[in-house]
Design a protein around this ligand. Structure first.
Ligand code: DSN
Length: 415
């Protein structure tokens, strides 16, 4: 691989350069199975390192509070148009710095402090911003949560409807961080309209599939749809909020000046590039492979005796319950780190352990698929995982697996 080697950083700050370089090597030599990460494309990286980082552009295209925005304006407009086309939505705001801020803009625009929301429990697969008591979403609002059916670990819409009727939320949130099954936006919208609630879909994890037509679209079913751009979508770190036209003005004024100042124009340019790339057939093929790799990973792990939550996946996420193996998620994350496989510990539905230990790990296939890995490599990765967890006390064995992992990574450089 041709390593990125930025002489300018090195000259200006050898100390920071050294850490950047170490991170670069770590990324090259690690099998990354963090489901929310990906390798951004080179044009996306380049746009983020461009001169656009110099520009203040508070406001929106053609209505800014700063001069000199004539070129920036075009870029933001392109990003908005591409979002609308790719996701078939009525309005888009591409300024949120993150998924959390995209969600915050919806809450702040349409809820009053103390209003009721209904989202998925973080421990069952939801996100912090869907009503967790440690997040603004659980502190400012009266948050109730739904989980999954204990029998099949999938969403039970009868329960969601019962909860909605009981608590009469003003906003229902769907879309998840650690739930690997398709989201039925239509079923959610029917419940939301029965109780007069707004519906927000947070498609941060599945945006790439939605863009590629491999997951049902949230549109026209939702009032608001938020996403990040750096997961399956393979863009820069950041957020986008989409909504019906009638909500556009309030959402825009909540993003800026409500909760943010100047937009990150270098990131918005990178979002525009990623959205263009996401509209290609090549991207569609990539998403198909992300999906088939995840399905294969789940079935191979199952054959080796691992319990896959909900017995499979419809997405890039494979949630593994490690209770039968007698290890917790934290231990597994640490063992796999020793062999250069990066995963995150994750609660499983009805987890008896706290979030800092957990009974499971969450695996994801976006990064390895970006590297070009396919069936054969997924087979190898599963065998490395199994061998590392089985031989966890054998340092010699772990060292030899680490060499095999590095060797595999060398064959699939991300850049
Ligand atoms: N923290 C992200 C994840 O890992 O799923 C969600 O924002």
């Amino acid at each position: 691989m041709e390593r990125m080697n930025n002489e300018d950083i090195k000259k200006a700050d050898a100390e920071v350069w050294d850490w950047i370089n170490k991170e670069q090597i770590r990324e090259q030599e690690t099998i990354n199975l963090i489901a929310s990460e990906n390798f951004a494309s080179l044009p996306v990286l380049a746009a983020q390192g461009s001169v656009l980082t110099n520009k203040y552009a508070e406001g929106y295209s053609f209505a800014r509070y700063y001069g000199g925005c004539q070129f920036i304006d075009r870029i933001e407009k392109i990003a908005i148009e591409r979002t609308k086309e790719l996701f078939n939505c009525e309005h888009a705001n591409v300024q949120p710095h993150s998924g959390s801020q995209a969600n915050m803009s919806v809450y702040f625009a349409y809820l009053k402090v103390g209003d009721t929301i209904l989202g998925m429990d973080l421990r069952a697969g939801g996100h912090l911003t869907h009503g967790s008591p440690v997040s603004f979403s659980g502190k400012f609002y009266k948050a109730y949560s739904y989980g999954v059916d204990p029998k099949n670990e999938m969403i039970d819409f009868n329960i969601v409807e019962d909860l909605a009727k009981k608590y009469r939320p003003k906003l229902i949130v769907c879309g998840y961080s650690a739930y690997s099954r398709q989201v039925d936006f239509k079923a959610f919208s029917e419940i939301a309209s029965k109780v007069g609630a707004y519906l927000l879909a947070d498609i941060a994890h599945i945006a790439g599939f939605v863009a590629a037509g491999l997951h049902p679209s949230p549109h026209p079913f939702t009032d608001f749809t938020t996403t990040t751009t750096h997961k399956t979508l393979r863009g820069p770190r950041g957020g986008i909020v989409m909504c019906r036209k009638k909500f556009a003005k309030k959402i825009d004024s909540t993003v800026f000046p409500g909760i943010q100042g100047g937009p990150l124009m270098h990131v918005i340019a990178a979002k525009a590039i990623a959205l263009k790339l996401a509209s290609t057939n090549e991207f569609k093929d990539y998403q198909k492979k992300v999906l088939s790799n995840a399905k294969l990973m789940a079935s191979l792990l199952e054959k080796l005796g691992y319990r896959i939550v909900s017995r499979g996946t419809d997405t890039h996420i494979v949630l593994v319950d490690l209770q039968p193996q007698g290890i917790n998620g934290k231990e597994a994350e640490e063992i796999l780190k020793k062999v250069n496989i990066c995963v995150n510990k994750n609660t499983i539905p009805f987890d008896p352990l706290p979030a800092n230990l957990t009974s499971g790990i969450r695996l994801g296939t976006p990064s390895v698929t970006t590297q070009g890995m396919g069936e054969k490599e997924i087979g190898l990765i599963v065998s490395f995982i199994h061998s590392a967890l089985t031989n966890r006390s054998d340092d010699k064995k772990l060292a030899s697996i680490r060499e095999e992992v590095k060797n595999l990574c060398r064959q699939f450089p991300p850049y």
